[in-house]
Design a protein around this ligand. Sequence first.
Ligand SMILES: *Cc1c(COP(=O)(O)O)cnc(C)c1O
Length: 491
Amino acid sequence: MELIFEKSIAGRKGFCFGPSDVPIHAQIDPKYARTQDAPLPEVSELDVVRHYTRLSQRNFSIDTHFYPLGSCTMKYNPKFTEALARLSGFTDLHPLLAQLSGGEQWTQGALQVLYELEQWMCEITGFSNFTMQPLAGAHGELTGIMLMAAYHKSKGNVKKKYVIVPDSAHGTNPASAAVAGYETLSIPSNKDGGMDLDALKAAVNGETAGLMMTNPSTYGVFEPNISEIADIIHAVDGIMYYDGANLNAVLGRCRPGDVGFDVMHINIHKTFATPHGGGGPGSGPVGVNEKLAKFLPISRVVKHSDGIYALDYDYSESIGYIASFYGNFGLLVRAYAYVLMLGKEGLIETANHAVLNANYIMNKLEPYYKICFDRICMHESVFSASQQAERGVTATDIAKFLIDQQVHPPTVYFPISVPEAVMIEPTETESKQTMDRFIETMIEADKLSQTNPKIFKEFPKTMPVTRPDEVKAARDVKTSFFLAPAEPESS
Ligand SMILES: *Cc1c(COP(=O)(O)O)cnc(C)c1O
């Protein structure tokens, strides 16, 4: 293991601050001040550049490897949209400029991006308004559930207590509902991967605040009973939340706002091809129908009759700010450029190819891996490596094998209700040749599990980190990740 701390040489400097002309210490209560210097590495600029460049090259990324990480929609990030997001007219704007009087003339372009992107998101999803503020899918969920709560409060629905989620839900769904103050009720799936309607009917009552679901579900299959589910929830004045993380499968083909949903989030970093960082920057705009529009976060971008764009704060029932300013603006510019680049037909083709590619892989792998639902999949397919596991080769082992084959592993052990789950999402941006190579590699893994199952425990052999001690990594997070070791570990 190489840590920047191990490169430290006493007295070596990469950068020197000039003398401070601000009396910082006078402002801080001595009981909070450091008594010793922070133990920072002492390194040169070149040490830093080499260290982090080398580390970055150890990563798998969409620009270097096939990345079929189910549920995450790791599609190619076009360099065209990157270039547009770097235009200085966008990057050099101060976020407060739009709020200063006279500032509008400098911010019309940026406000137009926000305004038009909102219109397009409405057109794509069938909702009446969007907020661009939320900073990730999960943050969008929290925003949506807060809108749900604001709705119930305004209607005097004081008994609302539960948010219903299917057992296939992404973990963020129950977490968001809980953070917003609701309890959650889980509904089992039926044998086709859809929601069990009888269980739903039995669970719904006057205490039901709403339901959260994604369609296609995290099993990668389409829920056909959506209108009936919406009717059941609406009958008790519940709110239908659409987790839009899987929108890539239905883009331009089905609009959540048309089929009974009241509120949704979009994962810009999934469907609209913007980069996923390690934990950020994401973007999770939230769309609503007329029922919830007045509760949306401020600020909102409006267009006056003279064509001038401006910010509007005049929403007395708004839940307030959910993030600072206008959300992750740079990602929104990329999404704007992506929609412009593809146009309506291009967006529909995106969904078509995402689904075609997923079904191609599913059909080719079906003879070798157990398929969970025997029906056409949407943008991803879920297998169980249970047959391989009987030979002693688990989903983790297959993932480790794939790393040596220069493929980022698919998602494993999710959805949690599928034993030894392997969830594959190729996305629309991969070529047939790339998918064929992946299919051959997966078939090779199956063959090897029959001839030499033991060898899997040695994978990955080609990586700087081979098999970390998973128990230690989970139990001993502090020493594994956050603290520099006192003594340099030998690598
Ligand atoms: C990715 C995902 C989320 C969470 O989105 P983040 O942007 O990672 O917070 C929620 N639901 C589903 C189904 C997802 O795939």
